[in-house]
Design a protein around this ligand. Structure first.
Ligand code: GRG
Length: 300
């Protein structure tokens, strides 16, 4: 395995290169869907930009296990497809009802509700196709494990459950425990699965896989705490989505319960915990350590 000295690690270059790889793979992942309008709606949201954090985490985790991250690319694409479909559905009038996503009008604003729902459905099912039918060279038992992880994260035990809880809690007084439940399921679970699936594709030993589960759980929650903070401190122009939305929708957030400073302290503590658990692998973990820091330093 190639060691990457932390001091000489160029995170900006790493991030840019990984993002380029992901963009190319995403572009190649959509075939000749018919009708043409469905193809357009799927491409519109999938290729709309975004940080591509989930696929990049997947590739970085695979690399840390000593695996060939080319083999993890289809799974990385699958994770971004699940994420994108969740954004399309989240923006619908019956859910968060938003007009702006990734700096452009939301999918249903352009294609209508029916096509937004269906293009989301098509991306979700394509994600499972990417893993099960379009992952050459990966042992099938690893692919079955990844399919299992994705089934759990996309369904009631993950995003769907988190989203239902989130919608149910709008306009209500919510305690920290419930808020954490929502954040962990709605957001943290997919970030965790991104790391875990990359590690599974790479064939991680049990102790590294367990460490990566702990790492990714911590960064997943920290990510949503920072998202809550950015919602009140940033602008729609910078975020590419409507700022101040949590207040408008009367949602409980970390800043609402703890204040901005204490929320930031919590997020930083989680990032410290995530980095600590990777110390035994630190000589090869520069990308994942830097990605953890990026979660709290990001501005969008
Ligand atoms: C997966 C079957 C299935 C259903 C989806 C709608 C829904 C159920 C869940 C909503 C999940 C959701 C939208 C959570 C918010 C997560 C979040 C903080 C998104 C923003 O992620 P970034 O900042 O966005 O990584 P970019 O645009 O950079 O990719």
């Amino acid at each position: 395995m190639k060691e990457v000295a932390i001091s000489s690690f160029d995170f900006a270059a790493y991030l840019a290169k990984a993002k380029d790889r992901v963009e190319v793979a995403l572009d190649n992942s959509l075939g000749p869907e018919r009708p043409e309008e469905l193809r357009e709606a799927m491409r519109y949201s999938l290729l709309a930009g975004g940080k591509r954090l989930r696929p990049i985490l997947c590739l970085a985790a695979c690399e840390l296990t000593g695996g060939d991250s080319d083999k993890a690319l289809p799974t990385a694409v699958a994770l971004e497809m699940i994420h994108t479909m969740s954004l399309i559905h989240d923006d619908l009038p019956s859910m968060d009802n938003d007009d702006l996503r990734r700096g452009r009008p939301t999918n249903h604003k352009v294609y209508g509700d029916a096509l937004a729902i269906l293009s989301g459905d098509a991306l979700l099912t394509r994600a499972f196709e990417m893993v099960s039918l379009r992952s050459p060279g990966v042992p099938s038992e690893r692919l079955v494990k990844v399919v299992g992880e994705l089934s759990l994260v996309a369904g009631a035990p993950g995003l769907v459950g988190g989203q239902v809880a989130d919608l149910e809690c709008e306009g209500k007084d919510v305690d920290l425990e419930t808020l954490e439940y929502i954040h962990i399921h709605k957001t943290g679970a997919l970030l965790k699965a991104s790391v875990v699936c990359g590690a599974i594709i790479g064939g991680a030993e049990n102790n590294l896989l367990e460490a990566l589960r702990t790492y990714s759980q911590a960064i997943g929650l920290a990510f949503q705490i920072i998202d809550d903070i950015l919602d009140v401190t940033s602008s729609s122009e910078v975020l590419g989505k409507t700022a101040g939305k949590d207040l408008i929708a009367d949602k409980t957030t970390y800043p609402k319960l703890l204040g901005i400073e204490e929320s930031r302290v919590r997020a930083n503590k989680l990032i410290d915990q995530a980095k600590e658990v990777l110390q035994p692998w630190k000589n090869n973990a520069a990308p994942l350590l830097a990605l953890a820091d990026y979660i709290t330093s990001r501005d969008r």
